[in-house]
Design a protein around this ligand. Sequence first.
Ligand SMILES: NC(=O)c1ccc[n+]([C@@H]2O[C@H](COP(=O)([O-])OP(=O)(O)OC[C@H]3O[C@@H](n4cnc5c(N)ncnc54)[C@H](OP(=O)(O)O)[C@@H]3O)[C@@H](O)[C@H]2O)c1
Length: 279
Amino acid sequence: MKIGFVGAGKVGFSLGKYFCQKGLAVAGFFSKNPKSAIEAAEFTGTEKFDTMKQIAEVSDVLFLTVPDGQVIPVWEQLKEYNLAGKIISHCSGALSSTVFSGSRKAGASCYSAHPFLAVSDKFYSYQDFQNALFTIEGSPEEMDKMCGLFLSCGNKVQKIRPEDKMRYHAAASVASNFMVTLAFEAQKILEQSGFSEKSAKEALSYLMRQNLDSIIQRGPAAALTGPIERGDAGTVKGHISVLAPKERLFYIPMARATLSLAKEKHPGRDYQELEELLK
Ligand SMILES: NC(=O)c1ccc[n+]([C@@H]2O[C@H](COP(=O)([O-])OP(=O)(O)OC[C@H]3O[C@@H](n4cnc5c(N)ncnc54)[C@H](OP(=O)(O)O)[C@@H]3O)[C@@H](O)[C@H]2O)c1
């Protein structure tokens, strides 16, 4: 089963390298910019292809690792070729396989296979793929083969309904992207409290790592601590009073969400004052 990639970016490089390491037959890469395809082929020890038609011909499984906005235009071009019996998958978390319009007529089985992972580097992120979960949905015909591809590499697979993909991806963004934003905002506020950039980063690294360990080991409710959990409206009022208007824009909605979690954790505790404050 030969695997090809259209789109030599972060995910294309990483998944291609990962599959090669697992001993799977990777044919190579086609990309909008030929230099990207050459670089990916060199990195993985595979071939670069000059046209999409060529890579489609040699691949049994074709991953469209292009930006989300390019999946449909690439598919529209791809389905002009002979795709009978082929497996086509994009890797978007937000899009489903329903974007592959006319797949039945084209004779292809189409999927979305999303690595539940932040892939931030073309050359190093492949090392993180071993423990990644892949979320898959698409045509029932080759579903076993598609899941088997990842299961054979030792990855976990989660099937999902196409209509659930956008909510699923929102969850991934909250956990992945917003964690980065929270770190960034906390660092800025610490720096305005007299910390240097270095000491702010160090202090936050320890706090955030320790917190993450606690969330993983005990779950979010058990890990929750702080003034909101304690129902300490005075401190929360103090925070709001010293934050800039822009900072309040994220602090207050986050505080409301934290209050909901605190109420779930302590159903009998009186949070009335905080409720009023955060209204
Ligand atoms: N990055 C993540 O953390 C992550 C995680 C999970 C899933 N995903 C999904 O994986 C997919 C790829 O994301 P990415 O982060 O790898 O993006 P990326 O680094 O921007 O790479 C996309 C590559 O696609 C190529 N490309 C763009 N338009 C093309 C076209 N019309 N034909 C052929 N190649 C084209 C570009 O190559 P050139 O250099 O040739 O212009 C670019 O390098 C997306 O669907 C994304 O949602 C990303």
